[in-house]
Design a protein around this ligand. Structure first.
Ligand SMILES: Nc1ncnc2c1ncn2[C@@H]1O[C@H](COP(=O)(O)OP(=O)(O)OP(=O)(O)O)[C@@H](O)[C@H]1O
Length: 367
């Protein structure tokens, strides 16, 4: 991964500014940490503007700080377009960063060539939303898993046993029932389990799961989340769980971080965030959920007519020209004058250890 700047005209990044450690359990080792993570996608200009106009960029991720710990699930929650997938892709080394640092076990990650990327990818694996798209339709389960084991040098002497072990790990038993099947012969849930088994083939320490259940039937989502939880516990994996469904974050994640328009706005343990949200945006997310007590569902099921207009009001801003100050201020029902101009840092919320909100409402100095 390149350090700062990817040579494709990324705009300058702000310096890291988030001082508060995020809802972390002190005694668990930190696997992956990011500070000041920033990604600006340059906007291609056409015609005259390409020569004379200002350089513009989609400010997809700005100054994001987060920590993934061994044996813990951290949820990253936010509306579509808030930058969640970009954070995961930055952490996975799939995008070069515009700014910020990533550390794996305290060592700065610096991927400059394919060999370094493979070494990093062995330890930090990604699971994508669409298991059908992530598996090659012309190859069997055996092919996908064998390839993963070989790429990461883990094929071993008894390949058949390694393959069976991987399938057993994702609860696809007996393994011989599935191993020679093609993706189209499996259900959506089974395909996602194969994608997870393939990731486990690298023997990773961190899994970055980007909406891993949102394309699955509601009835099987819980099973896949329970599998990930089981893997977290048995293999002590650090898991980043990306979702727009805050109810599932409450069920599945130990801690939750909320993202709005490219920036982190609130973080803390999941129970606190969902039961006692501090940031007005988090409250909006919870109020907009069809049933916040429902364990695993998804906004995909939400009929827009169910959201009262006053609660779901407003649209996320353009990330090419985001609002000054707090990016949420144009939609915020309690915005103050300073919110329009001053970017709020993280303030501690004193109801629970590690709970913070980037909102001027919690500026102790002003009270
Ligand atoms: N490769 C890209 N080039 C330009 N802009 C991009 C690129 N990838 C993402 N973006 C933009 O960055 C912003 C954040 O996108 P991202 O996919 O990270 O959000 P998200 O929260 O994961 O959304 P969703 O839940 O819909 O996947 C969006 O405005 C998106 O259009």
């Amino acid at each position: 991964m390149t350090e700062t700047g990817d040579g494709r005209g990324d705009a300058a990044a702000p310096a890291p500014s988030d001082p508060i450690a995020v809802g972390s359990e002190g005694d668990l080792p930190v696997v992956l940490e990011a500070a000041g993570l920033t990604k600006h996608f340059p906007v291609r200009r056409r015609g005259r503007a390409a020569l004379t106009g200002p350089r513009r960029a989609v400010q997809a991720v700005d100054d994001v700080t987060l920590t993934l710990q061994r044996g813990r699930v951290t949820a990253l929650v936010g509306e579509s377009g808030s930058g969640k997938s970009t954070v995961a892709r930055l952490l996975a080394g799939l995008y070069p960063r515009t700014g910020g640092d990533i550390k794996l076990h305290g060592e700065t990650v610096n991927i400059k060539h394919g060999k370094a990327f493979r070494a990093y990818a062995r330890r930090v694996q990604m699971i994508f939303q669409d298991p059908f798209a992530s598996l090659n339709p012309v190859h069997t389960v055996r092919y996908h898993l064998t390839r993963a084991l070989k790429i990461h040098g883990r094929a071993g002497d008894d390949l058949e046993k390694s393959l069976h072990d991987l399938l057993s790990r994702v609860q696809m038993t007996p393994p011989e029932r599935y191993i020679d099947k093609f993706p189209h012969e499996l259900s959506g849930g089974q395909r996602q389990r194969v994608a997870i088994a393939r990731a486990l083939g690298a023997d990773p320490e961190a899994l970055l799961a980007d909406e891993p259940v949102s394309m699955l039937d509601v009835s099987i989502r819980l099973g896949v989340l329970n599998l990930l939880r089981d893997l977290k516990e048995r293999l002590h994996l650090a898991i980043l769980y990306i979702t727009h469904d805050i109810a599932s974050a409450r069920y599945f994640a130990d801690e939750t971080m909320v993202m709005y328009a490219g920036r982190m706005v609130e973080g803390g343990d999941s129970e606190t965030i969902t039961q006692n949200p501090a940031h007005p945006y988090t409250r909006l997310l919870i109020d907009s959920a069809p049933d916040p007590d429902r364990l695993v569902g998804g906004a995909a099921e939400l009929d827009p007519g169910e959201v009262p207009a006053e609660r779901g009001a407003g649209e996320p801003p353009s990330l090419i020209d985001p609002p000054s100050g707090c990016r949420f201020h144009p939609r915020c029902p309690v915005a103050m004058e300073r919110c329009k101009t001053d970017l709020p840092p993280r303030f501690e919320v004193d109801d629970a250890p590690g709970h913070w909100a980037a909102c001027w409402l919690y500026d102790g100095a002003a009270r």
